[in-house]
Design a protein around this ligand. Structure first.
Ligand code: NDP
Ligand code: HSE
Length: 437
């Protein structure tokens, strides 16, 4: 049997601990399937004496992951700390510069520095693997990077944040509050260290930026994404969506248009009978449309220690099986130098259906005024209803819900702005895009 593959793990939190446990418990099985043993030789975290429920006493300890990347006796540096800069960036860069292979689950790092790191890996003949960075345990990176080679992809979209899907599902099915659901997602190890990244949509945007590059061969453009999180979604929206035959999901969508690539992350109403609407809890789903293959939908666990460690393990196993000096698959699907410049399609040009919920003063003419403002902006309405006969508050205000046929985002923005000037609107209008998978 070949020599052991020596790995160093930086980060012993939810994912790191799950990975150590699996590598310890499955050592014999992995040695057989990979053709060589996989041995942990070094670890790093912030607090050395924390009880993590695993035995790390035989591994070399490093207080500083950058020192571990530079000095440890390892073949592979596994980065499971998180954060787009700081120690994560410095240690991954140091490891690649030394010619070590790198495995990371860090989508924030890749969304910001992915192209530069991929270029460095290519120069050094090292592998940079990141299956766990997008959609947890779903092998979507490998599918895009290897299995779909030769396909032209026109659209890729999905539910890519387990925390948000968990929150929306439990709010809808159990009537729990947003805050209670988020706290539970944190307890279960799904949420980011800074959960605002989940609920404000940034985490989905990081993942979408990576998928866009792999799907369309363009440079990573994480700052070119239209972004809305789920913090404004209320139980009223969820219930109104259900009444209309929809469910609300936080989707990331990237699609080719005539003017460029549209990347967007926002709460989305999807028809209740669509497959993606049935994806509940921490589960993720990634769908794509490819010219040779047709449509593909992958569904699976999107977060959590074991699911994520499974993807990290697959990346390590690929390295263990690789032949030294052999041609490697480029990290981003093609050499970094051959990625095309990214051209953004403006969100104002997006075309689709819209759900609009308005809280209005209960007086004559309001209904007609809303319908007129819509017509003035050439918006065709599928329905306009006063949602409840009962007032929504002690002032006697009422809720009006509109659903549009396919229309331009620009028109919707102008119509809503015109309605806001009329003086009968109470609070902020709620606008949710409708997607028909
Ligand atoms: P945790 O917050 O649970 O763990 C982070 C670990 O990194 C901790 O062990 C911490 O040390 C260590 N760490 C942080 N900063 C440093 C530093 N400067 N030097 C040394 N060690 C450091 O994170 P997760 O395990 O949840 O996530 C890890 C990565 O995986 C992140 O990039 C995350 O986005 C990604 N990911 C997570 C998923 C999940 O479901 N949790 C799913 C997919 C990806 P200490 O324990 O001493 O504080
Ligand atoms: N916080 C992330 C999520 C972890 O909830 O999806 C997986 O990337």
């Amino acid at each position: 049997m070949a020599d052991a593959l020596k790995i160093g793990i930086a980060g012993l939190g939810t994912v790191g601990v799950a990975l150590v446990r699996i590598l310890q418990n499955r050592a014999n099985q992995l040695a057989v399937t990979c053709g060589r043993p996989i041995t942990i030789t070094a670890v790093s975290a912030r607090t050395r004496d924390r009880d993590r429920g695993i035995d790390i006493s035989t591994y070399s300890w490093f207080d500083d992951p950058v020192t571990m990347a530079k000095d440890a006796d390892i073949d592979v540096f596994v980065e499971l700390m998180g954060g787009e800069g700081g120690s994560a960036h410095a240690s991954v860069e140091a490891a690649l510069a030394r010619g070590l292979h790198v495995v990371t689950a860090n989508k924030a790092l890749l969304a910001r520095h992915g192209v530069a790191l991929a270029r460095l890996a290519e120069e050094q003949g090292a592998l940079l693997n990141f299956e766990a960075a997008v959609a947890g345990g779903i092998p979507v990176i490998k599918a895009l990077r290897e299995s779909l080679t030769g396909n032209n992809i026109s659209r890729i979209y999905g539910i890519m944040n387990g925390t948000c899907n968990y929150i929306l599902t439990r709010m809808e099915k159990e009537g729990l509050s947003f805050e209670a659901c988020l706290a539970e997602a944190q307890r279960l190890g799904y949420a980011e260290a800074e959960p605002a990244f989940d609920i404000e949509g940034n985490d989905t945007a990081h993942k979408l930026a990576i998928l866009t590059t792999l799907a369309f061969g363009t440079e990573i453009a994480a700052d070119e994404i239209y972004l809305e999180g789920i913090t404004n979604i209320t139980i009223e929206d969820i219930n109104a969506a259900a009444d209309l035959g929809y469910r609300i999901k936080l989707l990331g969508v990237a699609q080719k248009t005539e003017t460029g690539i549209e990347q967007r992350v926002h709460p989305t109403m999807v028809p209740r009978d669509s497959v993606i609407a049935q994806v509940d809890g921490v589960t993720n789903a990634v769908a794509l449309e490819a010219d040779i293959l047709g449509e593909l939908l992958m569904v699976g666990p999107g977060a959590g220690g074991d699911a994520t460690a499974s993807a990290v393990l697959g990346d390590i196993a690929d390295i263990a099986k690789s032949q030294p000096g052999a041609q490697t698959v480029p990290s981003l699907g093609r050499p970094a130098a051959l990625l095309s410049p990214y051209k953004r399609a403006e969100m104002r040009s997006h075309e689709g259906g819209y759900f609009i919920r308005l809280t209005v003063e209960d007086r004559t003419g309001v209904f007609a005024s809303i319908a007129t403002r819509m017509a003035e902006n050439r918006i065709s309405l599928e329905s306009i209803v006063q949602h409840s006969k009962e007032p929504v508050n002690s002032a006697g205000d009422k809720t009006i819900i509109l659903v549009t046929h396919a229309t331009m985002e620009e028109s919707v923005r102008q119509a809503v702005a015109a309605i806001q000037k009329e003086g009968y609107l109470r609070g902020e209008p709620q606008v949710i895009r409708i997607e028909r998978p």
